[in-house]
Write a new protein. Sequence first.
Length: 474
Amino acid sequence: MVSLSSTVDAQSADLTSTRDSANNTVRAFAANPAFRAATAEELTNEHNPFRRPVRPDDLAWLDFSAPLAPEKALMLSGLLGHRMLRNVYDADTIYIPEQPAPAARSDGDHFYSAESRARGTLAAPILEQHLFTMLADQRQPLTGSGIHSLGKHVRARNEELVDTPRRAFKVAQATVDRRNAAIFLLLQLAAIVPAMNAAIGRHALGEYDMTLPGVRAQVLDEHRDWVDRTSQYGRLFTEAGLSPAPVAYWQFFLGSSLGRANHMHFLTRRPEKLGELLGSLAYKRIDDAANARMLMMVLDEGLETSTEFFEHFSPFASAAVDEMVTSLVGPLLEVAGERAVESFHAGFEDAHWLASLWDADLASQLEWADQIELYQEKAEKIDHKIKAEDVEIDLDTFVETEEETSTTHVHDEHRLVIIEVGQMHFWNNVGKRISLNRGDKLLIPTSRLHGSVVLSGSCTYHQPIISDELLQEF
């Protein structure tokens, strides 16, 4: 006879075994030398598209075996999970460095190696489950059924996008350092635009013309349009003094930016999700069109760079939305019935949720980065309260040596950085270094992207962990 307690123990052991197996699989992929932690000289990387720091040391305590909750989507496992998943997907993409160099050749050999690709194949479904399972419960239900209800829903989303610009764009326009905000926004486009279009190009290789007449032509047109305007995309960067090289600013890609592109890759690699892919493509189209003019304004005002890349887009009229939905869903409806509507709606709504998450994430990052002095003042006040009132808190202490570098990351809780001895540079954008010396303090809210490097021979600093309740007082 088996006791209930022994059965529970066995189930717990199975779950632990499954969890360990999943996490070990992810860590094995992340052990690729091309993904090693960054050095002080690798804040940007214009000449080596294979060098993609992941912070593999952090994986020892992160759990990728279970789906993320939506409220934790911007935390560390989300950021690192999307970094690794992007690397899995990009192993199927051709990258050629502009300049031959030993480091790029070595990292490229590791990046494309058969062993790494095999490990990536095993890690991908674990990461996809962790990162994308949450989407199913976030979809706004479709009111009614059939293609007419679907068209009405897409029209409503299009009107929302046209009438209400992304909050992040408004925040960028309101910042004191408009150039800094515009640069960071442009870096997020670098994380999203080329990767999304690469995924669409992969999808166009399918053979489904006979069954879904006209659909592949639309997908091909979408990718061809990107190829034709790649030079315009490059000028967005070069005229602002930046590099358009692939993943040159890898360390500054937000997890939510990587997530939007990864989702498109995820759908194009799953033939059974054709309907979801077409829904995601439809959302991309109306999103690109609705946001183009605002992006032109933010980038032109902040960087005075060429924005002709966006001139191609203009907001969709209602009739154009209906035509797009009919042309994408109609052929699929003939072979899949109502399931075509359901799957299209799922992909459309998932793309919408990820884009909304990105908007909130980017807006918060821009606000924080533009008010570092304010967050230094808040840090002083919070530290004073902790000491004066003997508030009990958790505290991490670090002792690092000169040039020891922290690959950009986020924290899953609010933290202070307090320098006891030494000096470091702290960064949250390209060309933006903040000096922290003995006694200096800074508040880093949850999920804000940052990194650092030690400048002195040795640096001792503390990171008190701040509760939501304590932060709210300030």
